[in-house]
Design a protein around this ligand. Structure first.
Ligand code: PMP
Length: 462
């Protein structure tokens, strides 16, 4: 009987895989590779664990895509979802309509962020929130009598989304090529990824050179044409790259001197990953717009928010009807889940734990990998870390990306049941905030062995 149950499960799995292969166009997936290896079928998840295919368990050290901050499959979230679906399964927020969950969530977000951020526009994703910010900035400059200030600056390696405008903002050329992007009026300045691009400059000098690239851009294009600068407090697309307070101060000095609004994309860094509700105030950044997403619902529902500073909101209020909105902007069930998620983060002291104990222990344990011959640098804070790979430590020379070394290491870790994310030449870790010490320890030993395995292959050792 056990055998026949297993057979049935295997048959069901095959049907699912076949349906997927035939009919599902996946995001960020190579269709040919998919045909060869087949899809990864995830059937359940709990806490930090994924259950795939027929019962294999994986430790998810990436929290989905950096979003499942409170961990998977919580009963209290399931109860909240059922409760709100029962009460108010949907109503829109157009033309002044609201509901108790969305209104209270908007208030909550303003309490969690600096005092001048008091209004939120709700979306279904980080991309839509960033796209909203670009449109609101255009409306703002129009109302200020400067409609030509519609050009936008972002940084190399940035990731801001997958819509036409937000993909244009991305500083990752691979995301432009197939689509004839970037759109007109989007410009990029260097990222502070010193390990890769800093050459002989000290990290401090390199960071200031990067900041001053904004000044050069303004000189070339004109302050009368640039209205908005997009930044992430931590660049995950560059392999979890940080920038110093001196860099942020210089970048802001230049932006303010030329009347350029600053949009801070907290999609990954918000809701406790860095031990704070939002991370940018700690870096001394003053935001005119803030993008929130991912950890806002811990991935229990699609969501995003574009937060607007008071001085911008006051100007926008003069513009009449906001000609912008999504059917499900401020969806009551989503807002209800975001509120419960925020309550859990607070009641379980998850931010304090990440900031004061779990984060430092996580970073400390990962540092033990820095001596490995394949590892150039281990960077991180809170529960975000990047392990930068290197071919030659003395010159910081990297393996060519098409050699796929990073992917080989993450695959070797996956074979041992641990999910980490290859991003260019860096392994990225951003686990759920409920990860425990034993899981961190296990991850370090799996990564050690994965690094050894790939290093052995690269040096012909086995
Ligand atoms: N900004 C950042 C910094 C992100 O990491 C992401 C998602 N990876 C986005 C924006 C886009 O969010 P979404 O995928 O929800 O559209």
């Amino acid at each position: 009987a056990q055998d026949s149950a297993a057979d049935t499960r295997q048959q069901q799995l095959n049907l699912i895989k076949q349906a997927d292969l035939t009919h599902h166009l996946h995001p960020f997936t190579d269709d040919n590779a998919l045909k060869q290896h087949g899809p990864l079928v995830v059937t359940a998840a709990k806490g930090t664990r994924l259950f795939v295919e027929t019962g294999i368990q994986l430790l998810d050290m990436v929290a989905g895509l950096g979003c499942v901050n409170i961990g998977y499959g919580r009963e209290d979230m399931a109860e909240r979802a059922a409760q709100v679906v029962g009460e108010l399964s949907f109503y829109h927020t157009f033309q002044g309509a609201t509901n108790p969950y969305t209104a209270v969530l908007a208030k909550k977000l303003s309490e969690m962020t600096p005092g001048h951020l008091n209004k939120s526009f709700f979306t279904n994703s980080g991309s839509e929130a960033n796209e909203t910010i670009v449109k609101l900035a255009r409306a703002y400059w129009r109302l200020k009598g400067k409609p030509e200030k519609i050009q936008v600056v972002a940084r190399e390696y940035a990731y801001h989304g997958s819509t036409l405008m937000t993909a244009s903002l991305n500083g990752l050329p691979a995301m432009h090529q197939a689509y004839g992007l970037p759109l007109d009026g989007v410009h990029h300045i260097p990222s502070t990824a010193w390990y890769r691009n800093g050459g002989d400059q000290s990290p401090e000098d390199f960071a200031l050179t990067c900041a001053r690239a904004l000044e050069a851009k303004v000189e070339r294009i004109g302050a009368d044409r640039i209205g908005l600068l997009f930044v992430e407090p931590v660049q995950v697309g560059a392999g979890v790259v940080f920038s110093s307070p001196a860099y942020w101060a210089e970048l802001q000095r230049i932006a303010k001197a030329h009347d350029i609004l600053i949009a801070v994309d907290e999609t990954v860094t918000g809701f406790g990953r860095m031990g704070e509700w939002v991370y940018h105030p700690k870096l001394g950044i003053e935001a005119d717009f803030v993008c929130l997403a991912k950890g806002m619902s811990s991935g229990y529902q699609p969501v995003g928010a574009a937060m607007v500073a008071d001085h911008v909101a006051e100007v926008l209020a003069e513009g009449g009807v906001t000609q912008h909105g999504f059917t499900t902007s401020g969806h009551p069930v989503v807002a209800g889940l975001c509120l419960k998620n925020i309550e859990i983060l607070a009641q379980e002291y998850l931010l304090d734990t990440v900031r004061e104990s779990l984060g430092p222990r996580f970073q400390d344990r990962l540092q033990s990998l820095a001596d490995h011959p394949l590892v150039g640098e281990v960077r991180g804070e809170g529960l975000a870390a990047g392990i930068e790979l290197v071919a030659d430590k003395a010159t910081r020379r990297q393996y060519p990306l098409d050699q796929g070394v990073c992917g080989q290491i993450s695959n070797a870790a996956l074979m041992q049941g641990v999910v980490v994310r290859p991003v260019g030449n860096a392994l990225v870790l951003c686990p759920p905030l409920v990860v425990n010490d034993a899981e961190i320890e296990h991850t370090v030993s799996v990564l050690e062995s994965a690094l050894d395995e790939v290093h052995g292959r690269l040096t012909g050792g086995d």
